[in-house]
Design a binder for this molecule. Structure first.
Ligand SMILES: Cc1ncc(COP(=O)(O)O)c(C=O)c1O
Length: 383
């Protein structure tokens, strides 16, 4: 048989999916990172209308100018003066991340990635024949990276650093001082910043802290409507950069990756911008109540310590069960009726943690936490 490429063989399925595939239908699922809400009705109606109106064709590769302008405008409070030339539509954040890594990484380059991480980052680097180097985001630092750790990883082949705030899997966010330190680090070494800000609208503080609007030109901001408008299955996102030349390169690559984004869907997202402007905030109110509930329940369990995150919809508690790995604990919880992800699925430093996505209602969170409490007490021999 003819062989497969080294790049295909070098990447593996993610550990998050592994638990999901083992789960039956009757579990309470804290497993997957998608909102349990439907997209706003105005977007669904606009999508149907756009299809009926004949928007079922290829669009330009960068996407509908009116939508790109609207997206650029939506970042006005961070950086004014941007327009459609600053945005390229993609078919999801996942697609946007790949386009960004392809745009900046050469074989032999390395990119600094957070650990624990969203599991796509390292394989994207591998697909570019580049090296993934991981900087720690540790529990004791509220999952915020330390510049000294980043400094120890840089060499002459370091081309980019990827930041992800609010973070999956930890929910960590940055304050302005922390953001500026991370920015200065990138400036000092003339690195690209790929900033994955797909959770920018799911936050529990006044304002999202972005890498946009800092005057740094070597910035690729990745975003998506999966979380913002609960459209995970629609597959629509974008890359934004303060420098239009960067978007020209992304657009060129996008042509060869997907030709363009989805025609009717771009009209639907445009409609949602005005017709459902406060939709993400409404979801965030509910997510915040769930966050409070799940953190309170987890922190009351012996051997469990959980930060209360300011963004995204994940908690990443430290769970101490002697002699068992996080995967062992997740499997035991699954047998007890609860699906969550072992911390090790997000990199070595995730060991000793579990990730719970609070994308189920409050009643299910309470029932799920009852089960977690029972299983952990048995495993720890607390009863
Ligand atoms: C941090 C992060 N980035 C990017 C994505 C990709 O989102 P999508 O491909 O649905 O736009 C996700 C999805 O879970 C994520 O958690």
């Amino acid at each position: 048989m003819a062989g497969f490429s080294e790049r295909a063989l070098a990447i593996q399925p993610t550990g998050v999916r592994k638990m999901f595939d083992m789960a039956g239908d009757d579990v309470i699922s804290f497993g997957l990172g998608e909102p349990d809400f439907q997209p706003p009705q105005v977007a669904i109606d606009a999508m149907c209308k756009a299809m009926r109106d004949g928007h079922n064709k290829y669009t330009t590769t960068a996407g509908l100018p009116s939508l790109r302008r609207r997206i650029a405008e939506s970042w006005n409070q961070y950086e004014s003066g941007m327009d459609e030339s600053n945005v390229c539509m993609t078919m999801s954040g996942t697609n946007a991340l790949l386009a960004c890594t392809l745009a900046v990484l050469n074989p032999g380059d390395n990119i600094l990635l957070p650990e624990p991480y969203f599991p796509l980052y390292a394989p994207d680097a591998t697909l570019c024949s580049a090296e993934a180097r991981f900087y720690p985001c540790l529990f004791e630092h509220e999952f915020v990276p330390q510049v000294s750790d980043l400094e120890s990883l840089v060499d002459e082949n370091t081309k980019a650093v990827l930041y992800n705030f609010p973070s999956n899997p930890t929910g960590a966010t940055l304050n302005i001082t922390q953001r500026d330190e991370l920015l200065e680090f990138a400036k000092r070494h003339d690195l690209w910043i790929i900033s994955d800000e797909v959770y920018d609208r799911i936050i529990y503080v006044d304002e999202h802290v972005s890498f946009l609007g800092t005057g740094y030109e070597n910035l690729l901001l990745v975003n998506s409507f999966s979380k913002t408008f609960a459209m995970t299955g629609w597959r629509i996102g974008y890359v934004l950069s303060p420098n239009p030349d960067t978007i020209t390169q992304i657009t060129k690559l996008q042509y060869y990756i997907t030709a363009c984004s989805n025609d009717a869907m771009q009209y639907a997202v445009l409609e949602a911008f005005d017709g459902a402007a406060d939709y993400p905030e409404q979801m965030a109110v509910e997510f915040q109540a769930r966050r409070d509930l799940i953190c309170e329940r987890l922190n009351a369990m012996p051997g469990v310590t959980c930060h209360v995150p300011d963004g995204a919809f994940y908690v990443f508690p430290k769970v101490e069960v002697p002699n068992l790995t996080s995967e062992d604990v997740a499997i035991e919880l699954l047998k007890g009726g609860v699906l969550c992800s072992p911390g090790s699925a997000f990199g070595e430093s995730g060991e000793g943690h579990l990730r719970f996505a609070y994308t189920v209602g409050r009643e299910d969170i309470s029932r799920g936490m009852d089960k977690v409490e029972t299983v952990l007490a048995r495993l720890r021999g607390d009863d």
